[in-house]
Design a protein around this ligand. Sequence first.
Ligand code: 4AD
Ligand code: MG
Length: 477
Amino acid sequence: MKASSVKELLTSDKFLQEITVRGWVRAFRSKRFIQINDGSTINNIQCVVDFENTEDDLLKRITTGAAVCVTGTLVESQGKGQSVEVQVNKIEILGDSNPEEYPIQPKKHSFEFLRENAHLRVRTNTFSAVMRVRSALSFAVHKYFQDNGFYYVNTPIITGSDAEGAGEMFKVTSFEHNKAPLNEEGNIDYSKDFFGKETNLTVSGQLEAETYAMGLGKVYTFGPTFRAENSNTTRHLAEFWMIEPEVAFNDLDANMDLSEDFIKGVLKYVLDTCEDDLAFLDNRLTQEEKTKPQAQRSEMSLLEKLRFVVDNNFKRVSYTEAIDILRNCKPNKKKKFDYIINEWGADLQSEHERYLVEKHFKCPVILFDYPANIKAFYMRLNEDGKTVRAMDVLFPGIGEMVGGSQREERLDVLKEKMEALGIEEEELWWYLDTRKFGTAIHSGFGLGFERLVLFTTGMSNIRDVIPFPRTPQNAEF
Ligand code: 4AD
Ligand code: MG
C-alpha cells in the first residue's frame, strides 16, 4: 500500500480505511499513544496501539527518535487536541533509537545545545517549522522574480574580483600549504596557481550580474556568498545566501520600489502558505517574550509584525536626515550609544540603524544618499559630489536587510573613482566594458536571505535559520 504523509492524513476524510504512515516517534505515553512526525507538517499524527495485544519487546522499542512504519485504520479522534488518529493494526520499527543516547528528548532544549546537534535539530518542532518556512521563502523568491519578468543567472562562486572592496575574502588556491612558489620579490606567485591568478570565494555576484542586466534587462542571482569578516554576532554568517536583482534602466527610486515590493511579496506568500508553521513560531516567540522584562518585550506578535510590513509603506529617509535625527536623539545626547554620532559622514552602526527603525520610525526604513566615502566604488555619484545613490533597507530586530544602489554608469566618473581607491583598471576591464558599450543607468540590491528568514520566523540568532551555520571557529558538520 502506498504510504500517506502525516499532512495528508490530518486533512483526509478517508475514515475507516486502512492507511500506512512512516515517520519518527516524537513521544510515546501510557504504552498506548504514539505521536509520529514525518516532517510534512508541524503537526503529529497520533497512533493508538492496543498494548494488550502488542508484545512487550516491541512496545519497548517505540522510543523517541525511532523510525517506524504504522499500518492501521484512520478514525475520528475521541481525544482532545487532534481530529483524526490511527488505530494501529501493525507497527514495524524501521530504525531503533536508544533513549539513553538520543540527544533530542521530548522536552525543551536550549538553542545552544541544539546548535551542537545541528544534524538532529531539524527533528524538533521549532527547527522543522523554521526550515519549512525557509524553503517556502526561497520558492517565493524565485516565484516573485519569474512572475515579474526577471531571469535567474548563476554568477561564479570562485572569482578574481573583490566586488565590495572590503577585502574580507576566503582565498581559493590549489597550492599546498607552505609549498607555494614565490616570485622574485618573495611573494606567492599566483601565476603558477590553478587559475593563473589570485582567486577567492565570492562576496557578491553583483558585478557579473550587472553585465547580464545589460543584455537580459532584468536579472537576479540567488546563491551562496562568503565573507571572512570576524563578526561574531547574531546577524553575521561566514557563508550565507544572497539574493541580488539587477535591472537595466532602473534609477534609485525604482530600485527602492522593487526592494519594497519584493519583500512584501515574499512575506505575503509565506503568510498565505505557511499558516501552521507561522502560528507555531508566533506562539513560540510570544512565550519567549514573556520571559523578558516588560520594557524589552515586543509590542507586536510575530504574525502582527509580518502583516504590518506587508500592509504599510516603508519610510524613505536620506542619510542626511537620519544623521540629524540621530545627533539629536536621547541615547546620543546621553552617550548611551557605543559610537556617538557627532558629524555628517559618520558610518552608521547597527545600534543607530535599530534606533531609527525600532524607536523613531517604528517601521522598516529605506535610508538613501549616503556619503560616498563610506560606500563601495560602483555607486553613482550625486550632483553634490559627496553623496552616492546608495540605499539600505533597515528592519526592526534585524538592522540592515538590504544594501543596494544605482550604479555609476559614466565611464569617466567610474574610472576616476577606481583610481582614487587604487582599483586596477586591468582587473575590471570587463566591468568597464559595460560602460563603454551601450552604457545605461541601472540599479540593483543584495538581500541577505538568512536575515529575511530571521525576520520571518521570529528567531533571534542567524545560526538558527540555516541548516549548518559557518561562523568564526565553527565549521562542524
Ligand atoms: O550590503 P552588502 O555588502 O551589499 C552587497 O554585497 C552588494 N554588492 C549588493 C548589491 O547591490 N547587489 O550585502 C547585502 C546584504 C546585506 O544587506 C545583508 O542583508 C547581507 O547581504 N549580508 C550578510 N548576511 C549574513 N551574514 C553576513 N556576513 C552578511 N553580510 C551581508
Ligand atoms: Mg551593506
